[in-house]
Every structure is written in structure tokens, then in C-alpha cells.
Design a protein around this ligand. Structure first.
Ligand SMILES: C[S@@+](CC[C@H](N)C(=O)[O-])C[C@H]1O[C@@H](n2cnc3c(N)ncnc32)[C@H](O)[C@@H]1O
Length: 219
């Protein structure tokens, strides 16, 4: 571990490799994460791939995490949600979450999926891809992650071992949850520290958090 930041009671960020840090952590109510998809060297064309931030992806997005690591992460929590689910080898699941990108372009995926181990129907979220607002090339839209956390309303402690710019942490603290995040790249770790500190300092009192999706009585 290279650095640890305790931003508030129950909100801790680690700079380092999650493979080294995770064995020293306890259990969590839920893991909500967005691991590397292994697409880095496939992004060779178009304006998106020409930007500096996307060249950085070649450093950390060469391959998805091995299933054995994902299984260890799943075992640390009662519930697990992995964005990028279509890129990983994971057990069969009843409940997939779909982000349908309403402004999709032909050279990029029209949708992303999240694998979950939840026992409830699969659901879809329609929303555009946002701007690269905080300097991370694959930053997830905050409303998408707030929507995701709505599926686990009782999960108080949230783990994200591939934190990037900290979107899961921002959503978690805005919704009053505890958060533990790990990021290997110092540049993204610093962005996450800043974003989550800002979210803690300025809770968005006037924005109502998304309501948990209703559980249907039949499939
Ligand atoms: C897909 S990005 C996450 C983006 C994030 N959801 C956001 O909104 O900013 C995956 C992140 O995992 C980080 N990463 C890759 N391998 C890691 C490892 N072994 N331990 C910790 N972080 C790692 C990468 O540096 C990258 O920032």
C-alpha cells in the first residue's frame, strides 16, 4: 500500500494494488465496482482513442481481472455488482443491469452491462454518455451509479476495489453510505480523494436520492 486517506468516519481510500490491499480488509455489505475491461489495445481508432487519457488506458486496461480475483472480491460482501459484466467470466446471474447509452456512436458499445449476484429481475437504465469531466477516460455517470446503489438500499458499507476517479464513492457518500475504495494509479487516486472530499463537504441536500427500484411480484 502506498497511501491511505481517511476522509470521514467509515470513508477510507487506499492508493495501491487491490490484490495486495484486499486481504487486509474485513467484510462489506456490498461491492459495487467497475474493473478494467481489457479493451485498452482495441481502442485504436477514432477521436475518442486519440486523446491523451485514452493512451493512459493502455497501462491499466490490458486485460480484465482474472476470475479468481473477482471471485475473492465477491466473497468479501453480501452483494456484488460489477459494471463491465460482459467482459468477465462470472457465474450465471438472474439480475443484470443494463446501461443503454442513448447517445451511442457506431464505433463504441451501445450499452454496458453490470453482473450482479442479486436475486431480482434484470433492469435497464437509459442515459447518455457524459463528458470526461474529472480526467478519467472511463468515468461512469454519477446518476448511473446512484441508480445502481438503489438496488442495494440496505447495504451500508460499500467497497470499490477499482475506484478510478471515485464515482462509486461520490454516489455512496451522497446517499449516506460508508465507502472503501482502492485505486492503483496516483493520478486517479488524487481525483477520487478530491471528488469524495467535495461530496462529503457539500452534501446535496436539495437533490432527492433516486428511490430504490420496486421489486416486481412476478418476472
Ligand atoms: C474502469 S476504471 C474505473 C472507473 C470508475 N468507475 C470511474 O467512474 O472513474 C478501472 C480502474 O481500475 C484501476 N485498476 C486497475 N488495476 C487495479 C488494481 N490491481 N488495483 C486497484 N486499481 C486498479 C485502473 O487504474 C482504473 O482507474
Amino acid at each position: 500500500m502506498q497511501r491511505v486517506e481517511h476522509l470521514a468516519e467509515g470513508v477510507t481510500l487506499y492508493l495501491g494494488d487491490c490484490r495486495e490491499i484486499l486481504p487486509g480488509l474485513g467484510r462489506f455489505d456490498a461491492t459495487v465496482t467497475d474493473p478494467p475491461y481489457g479493451l485498452g489495445n482495441k481502442m485504436q481508432g477514432g477521436t475518442w482513442a486519440a486523446k491523451d487519457g485514452f493512451k493512459e488506458m493502455l497501462q491499466w486496461d490490458r486485460a480484465p481481472p482474472p476470475s479468481v480475483l473477482l471471485e475473492e472480491i465477491i466473497a468479501m460482501s453480501n452483494a456484488a455488482i460489477f459494471w463491465g459484466g460482459q467482459y468477465f467470466v462470472l457465474p450465471p446471474s438472474r439480475c443484470w443491469l443494463i446501461w443503454n447509452k442513448t447517445n451511442a456512436v457506431p464505433t463504441m458499445a451501445d450499452f454496458e452491462t453490470a453482473w450482479t449476484n442479486l436475486d431480482r429481475p434484470s433492469k435497464r437504465y437509459d442515459a447518455p454518455v457524459g463528458r470526461v469531466e474529472f480526467g478519467h477516460p472511463t468515468q461512469k455517470p454519477l446518476p448511473l451509479i446512484e441508480w445502481t446503489l438503489g438496488f442495494i438500499p440496505l447495504a451500508r458499507s460499500i467497497l470499490d476495489p477499482f475506484m478510478g476517479s471515485g464515482t462509486t464513492g461520490v454516489a455512496a457518500v451522497k446517499l449516506g453510505r460508508l465507502f472503501t475504495g482502492i485505486e492503483i494509479q496516483p493520478k486517479y487516486f488524487d481525483i477520487a480523494c478530491r471528488r469524495i472530499s467535495d461530496a462529503l463537504a457539500r452534501p446535496d441536500l436539495f437533490v432527492e436520492p433516486p428511490k430504490p427500484p420496486k421489486q416486481e411480484s412476478f418476472l
